[in-house]
Design a protein around this ligand. Structure first.
Ligand SMILES: *Cc1c(COP(=O)(O)O)cnc(C)c1O
Length: 368
């Protein structure tokens, strides 16, 4: 095996050795009994992790594939309807772009990076829509729960409450790629319609799988939408899910690892897991405020990734070269924030000792 560099980047994250090794089981066919029981076990556990009694589709793709799925299944090509895409950073902007490139009428609600999407802004956008006689209600709203590019968590429950009150027919599509499994998100209780994530972030798996809880309401909508495509068609996924199958050959090796990791996640306990993430975040934030500053407005700072404002103007590449000698690696700022910020992920199976070692190493670099 190659040298082990511990990853503190917001995906792909560090994966435990036994999870990596779980991928090396003998191959099984995806139309046989062994697969069906693997799929069924995984489905039961995924529903627990997503807090849903509806369904969780498993996709052999990264999370981006399920962005496309949400766009193609939940929004029609009606130019007078479409999606309200909330944008608060690089990932939410990219999801808005996915809607557009799939030919969906896309209305952006954009805030500066580091600022949250507030319920007040969503309310204003929904009211403006209602006041426009040439337009129909939004078919969907898209929200990135945890904007990984700037380490910010949006107030999801408050936003959802506004949508339910003002525009109950609007489907609520949520990207929780960098939060699901690290922060509590109750799909059924919140009344969400699509909640998607990737394997390589808070779930602590290698990249290659993505998951989406999908409501009955979203599935019913998909039946009415034309041109859903093939690979990401919810109607197709549903028909196969009912037989404990996937439409095409899935990444079976990754499913072996997932089966094992979901056991470990549930053995840790979801509440305990969320508390651990919060604890690691508090520790990292306290350090960041002492040495630098937080980039996002503090009450909205993420519990899974801390985006530090580079107030000392340190060279992030030099920092990473220094950390590499200690077998650690963190993330530079994303896009326009490169050099101006750096990011420390504290998600998945990261421990207090891991974070303590990383922060001590950065202090050594700083000469603190
Ligand atoms: C990483 C990330 C994505 C992209 O996911 P992929 O699995 O790389 O396709 C989307 N949204 C957020 C918030 C992310 O952090």
């Amino acid at each position: 095996m190659s040298e082990h560099i511990k990853l503190f980047i917001p995906g792909p994250v560090e994966v435990r050795r036994d999870i990596l090794e779980a991928q090396t089981q003998w191959m099984i066919g995806h139309r046989g009994k062994a697969f069906e029981s693997l799929f069924a076990r995984i489905q039961t556990k995924l529903r627990t992790v997503f807090y849903t009694q509806q369904r969780v589709y498993l996709s052999t793709s990264s999370g981006t594939g399920l962005w496309e799925a949400a766009a193609r299944n939940c929004v029609s090509d009606d130019p007078d309807a479409g999606v309200l895409a909330t944008v608060c950073g690089a990932f939410s902007e990219r999801w808005a772009d996915v809607f557009e490139r799939n030919g969906k009428a896309t209305t952006r609600l954009t805030v500066p990076e580091g600022e949250p999407i507030t319920p007040e802004l969503v309310e204003a956008a929904l009211r403006a829509r209602q006041a426009d006689p040439t337009k129909k209600p939004f078919e969907a709203i898209a929200i990135v729960h945890n904007e990984t590019s700037c380490g910010l968590t949006n107030p999801l429950a408050e936003i959802v409450a506004v949508v339910k009150a003002l525009s109950p027919e609007t489907l609520i599509l949520v990207d929780a790629v960098s939060s699901l499994g690290g922060v509590k998100i109750e799909f059924d209780a919140l009344g969400l319609d699509v909640l998607l994530t990737s394997s390589q972030k808070c779930l602590g798996l290698p990249p290659g799988l993505a998951f989406a809880a999908v409501s009955d309401r979203a599935l019913a909508k998909a039946h009415t939408v034309r041109n859903r495509g093939y690979y990401f068609d919810f109607v197709e996924m549903e028909a196969f899910l009912r037989k404990n199958h996937t439409p095409a050959t899935p990444a079976i090796s990754l499913m072996f690892a997932l089966d094992r990791q979901l056991d470990d996640i549930l053995a840790e306990g979801l509440e305990q897991r969320f508390a651990r993430h919060r604890c690691l975040a508090e520790r990292t934030r306290a350090w960041a405020k002492q040495r630098f500053a937080l980039f996002p407005r503090e009450p909205y700072a993420s519990d899974t990734v801390t985006c530090v404002k580079n107030t000392r103007g340190i060279d992030i590449s030099a920092l990473n070269a220094f950390l590499a000698q200690r077998n650690m690696h963190l993330s530079d700022g994303y896009g326009a924030l490169k050099g101006k910020t750096f990011r420390i992920a504290h998600m998945a199976d990261t421990t207090e000792a891991d974070i303590a070692a990383l922060l001590a190493a950065i202090d050594e670099f700083l000469g603190e």
